[in-house]
Design a protein around this ligand. Structure first.
Ligand code: BGC
Ligand code: NOJ
Length: 812
């Protein structure tokens, strides 16, 4: 069934173009690449923060509001009594034209009403702590237009958590300063904060407001602020309550005339002894300097051009041409873009993650960097070190850390027994991309304690040991609080609805809860670790770990196989989970993914059977569900997984993140047709074409979860943007389907394709080399017959690395 469409891809401009503001859910974008960040919806809703969405929130946003997506950077245009916004909201005055273009780290929103066009370009310039809002007003009518323009931002009192709860204090602390066209927000600057924010416009203003209730009116809404409706600013000065920033500008436009206004939302930090320029007066020197860098159209256009060039360069590193625009646009643009976003934010701030509860995940960030490392390896390197610094000496680790402090998050703690393995996954990807083995010698502390430093290699070693030292009765890894599936809480036993499944005191005495997912993950990452050890001459260590790998493979074959698929786990009491013997949830996807990736028992037909079972029991129209059949009741011994209604989230939702695991299993097994059909089901561009209304969330990125076949509305997406799906989709398509895989000494080429695939080319920048690789599949799903490098035949499937330009021809 054709569904209503709200937008379309513009591949040439690398944009998604939204043509109807009433999208089924806010469709958002991210601005900023390091330090200063903003979330922006297709109606300009959202907020900004510096580094940490919890501790350094700059503007205020109300999650889960009525209407949805309330609060943002709003421009109100009062044109002879008709009041409208270029992004339609919040006034919702019907527009004559509306368009939102989400691009690479920028968003452009254009509205037209009664002969006036307002177009706003939003972006964060590279290396700047500011969001630029370039507003262009054009008179497209034949009359002179006298417009009253009001800007609007609402300040957050910095800590996004207390901002929403500690009103007895907050309503008395708010402070601002106004200087010419700049409104400064300085709440708490008088005491322990050495930072403030400002909102500036590069023109003279005819008035302003900084007190929310005075501007809006206590019984009004963002949709009809009193000052705007009356066309009269109040020149209010906030003392306590809720400080805002609104400029008032009178604009006259001749027919055909166009004017630019540069609004700048900036953030400043001052040294302790340079905080004030006079008693109670903040030192504005740095603000003046920042404003001066971005106060004309020319300067802003140049900064925007630099941002575009930055993305050109990033997206030139891996470029495919298959002739299938739906595949090419995801590989070349949106998948890589989403990888950068997840690398930046882990699971902290989206329209489903409030920016308060979760910082950077240990496992999440290691996975995210696999999708990002080819873009800016130096940032991935730093990230690996930051992550490893939150590890404990026994190899366990904090589950999350805060981006501002880089310290482990005590509210969540540790004990997720898959976490350590991911450090190997991330580090190996980094070294293979860069050839930089020196990272292994970096001195990295435990739990950020000075004096505890050991080499990063030692961190990898204790990571592996953590698994080996925590085996259960079947010699399979103990699960701890949970493995990748945060909701399989086998030692939790909670009857108290007020405690979090992730952080309750676990019963670990006497537990027999073991995980087949960790078993598979261990085999995959430990094989990588063995190869790494061999590579750097640590042969004894390689042999030691190879034994552990062999033992784990044995344990899986003996105790982890259910006949048609791999078991999922053993519970606290040692009973099977994910077995044909179970009443519900007889089969789970995670262990099928990891054990097939590990190729455990491939020689005995286990891999093929497991993959077939995924098709038979897990696959549906929208992808593969996590488990089948869904749990229909809460099971005390299993925890959160069984708390979700059927078909949602970890209870038989299509958890997109783990579909690629099975797809890689398919690729390793050489089953290209199956790999492709699983992949295309969750590839956003294919979903976009068919299901915009049903899917609901942004059609240009993957979401964490799509409602599964047992759900009330299968195919409905949720939790878009921040998900490991991004990195896994990238890893899968770039390395396993298209088959271009970085390795220590070069690039391994080993595609796995549907038999309908035609010839394609990949441009790959790799270290100091540039490869142009052409693949001739000849109807084969797998198996490289011949490779030539610059015309010379190559032995095997690895093209040896050497700097410079190279041409590669691959025949399958
Ligand atoms: C979610 C998981 C998430 C966990 C930890 C659960 O409620 O379902 O997907 O990983 O919370 O934050
Ligand atoms: C989301 C979490 O961020 C991730 O770490 C976890 O693996 C999945 N949910 C599955 O529970």
């Amino acid at each position: 069934m054709e569904q209503k469409r709200y937008g379309h891809f513009d591949d040439e401009n690398r944009e998604y173009v939204i043509t109807d503001p009433k999208t089924p859910w806010p469709w958002i974008n991210y601005l900023g690449n390091e330090d200063f960040f903003s979330l922006i919806s297709n109606t300009a809703g959202g907020y900004s923060f510096y580094k940490d969405a919890k501790f350094r929130r700059i503007t205020r946003y109300r999650y889960n509001n009525v209407p949805m997506d309330n609060g943002g950077r709003y421009f109100y245009i009062n044109d002879g009594g008709t009041v409208w916004n270029p992004g339609w909201k919040p006034c919702k005055t019907p527009l004559d034209f509306y368009e939102c273009r989400h691009g690479m780290s920028y968003t452009r929103i254009t509205g037209r009403k009664n002969g006036v066009e307002a177009s706003v370009l939003f972006f964060v310039p590279l290396k700047k702590w500011a969001e630029v809002q370039k507003l262009t007003l054009t008179n497209q009518s034949k009359e002179v237009k006298q417009l009253k323009l009001f800007s609007f931002e609402e300040w957050c009192l910095w800590n996004a958590a207390t901002d929403m709860e500690n009103f007895q204090r907050n309503f008395s602390t708010g402070e601002v300063e106004i200087e010419n066209s700049t409104i400064y927000h300085k709440t708490e600057y008088r005491e322990r904060r050495n930072h403030y924010a400002f909102y500036h416009v590069n023109t003279e203003i005819q008035g302003y407001d900084t007190d929310r209730e005075t501007f809006v009116g206590l019984y009004n809404e963002f949709a009809n602020p009193e000052a705007v409706m009356e066309g009269k600013p109040r020149n209010s000065h906030a003392h306590g309550w809720s400080p805002i920033a609104s400029h008032y500008i009178e604009v006259t436009l001749q027919p055909g005339e166009s004017k630019d206004f540069i609004f700048l939302l900036g953030y400043i930090e001052n040294a302790q002894d340079e905080k004030f320029q006079a008693p109670q007066v903040i030192n504005k020197q740095k603000a003046h300097a920042l404003i001066a860098e971005l106060d004309t159209t020319e300067k802003v256009d140049k900064a925007f051009q630099e941002l575009c060039q930055y993305w050109d360069a990033l997206l030139n590193i891996y470029k495919v041409n298959t002739g299938n625009p739906k595949l090419d646009r995801m590989v070349n643009i949106w998948n890589q873009y989403q990888c950068m976003v997840t690398f930046n934010f882990s699971r902290s701030a989206s329209f489903f993650e409030s920016g308060i509860g979760r910082g950077m995940g240990f496992r999440d960030s290691n996975q995210d960097l696999v999708g990002f490392v080819h873009q800016i390896p130096s940032r991935a390197r730093q990230r690996i070190i930051d992550i490893a610094s939150t590890q404990f000496p026994d190899g366990g680790c904090y589950h999350q850390y805060q981006p501002l402090t880089k310290r482990g998050n005590n509210d969540i703690g540790g004990g997720f027994n898959d976490d350590p393995c991911w450090l190997i996954f991330g580090t190996v990807a980094y070294i293979k991309e860069t050839g930089d083995f020196s990272i292994l010698d970096e001195m990295v502390p435990f739990d950020n304690q000075p004096g505890s430093e050991v080499t990063l290699f030692e961190h990898l070693k204790v990571s592996m040991d953590h698994v080996i030292n925590n085996l259960g009765p079947h010699m399979l890894p103990l699960i701890g609080r949970a493995d990748w599936n945060d909701c399989l809480n086998l030692n939790c036993f909670s009857w108290d609805p007020n405690e979090s499944f992730q952080t309750t005191e676990n019963v670990s005495e006497g537990t027999k809860a073991e995980s087949l997912m960790i078993a598979g993950l261990f085999v995959v990452t430990a094989k990588d670790y063995v190869a790494l050890c061999q590579k750097i001459g640590k042969t004894e260590e390689a042999a030691r770990m190879q034994q552990a790998v062999d033992a784990m493979i044995d344990a899986v074959k003996k105790h982890g196989w259910d006949g048609e698929w791999y078991l999922r786990a053993y519970d606290f009491y040692g009973r099977k989970i994910g077995s044909n013997e179970c009443d519900e949830a007889k089969i789970f996807i995670e262990s099928q993914g990891w054990c097939t990736m590990a190729e455990i028992g491939a020689e005995d037909g286990m891999v093929a059977k497991s993959l077939d079972s995924c098709k038979k029991y897990l696959e549906c129209e929208h992808g593969m569900v996590l488990n089948n059949p869904a749990f229909t009741k809460y099971i005390y011994e299993y925890g959160e997984i069984s708390s979700y209604p059927e078909g949602y989230k970890e209870n038989a939702g299509i958890f997109c993140h783990n579909n690629p695991w099975v797809i890689i299993g398919e690729c390793l097994a050489g089953r290209g047709n199956d790999a492709w059909s699983h992949y295309a089901k969750i590839l956003p561009s294919y979903v976009e074409e068919k299901y915009q209304t049903l899917h609901k969330v942004e059609p240009y990125v993957n979401c964490q979860m799509v409602a599964g076949k047992d759900a009330f509305r299968p195919g409905e997406g949720k939790n878009s943007w921040l998900t490991g799906t991004a990195a896994w989709m990238w890893y899968t398509v770039s390395e396993f389907i298209l088959g271009i895989k970085p390795d220590y000494d070069g690039i391994r080429i080993d595609p796995c394709l549907p038999e309908t695939a035609g010839d394609y080319t990949v441009q790959r920048k790799f270290r100091d080399a540039q490869y142009e690789i052409t693949i001739h599949p000849n109807g084969q799903q797998k198996g490289v017959k011949q490779i030539t490098l610059d015309g010379q035949p190559v032995q095997g499937t690895v093209i040896p690395y050497s700097a410079g330009k190279h041409t590669v021809e691959v025949t399958m």
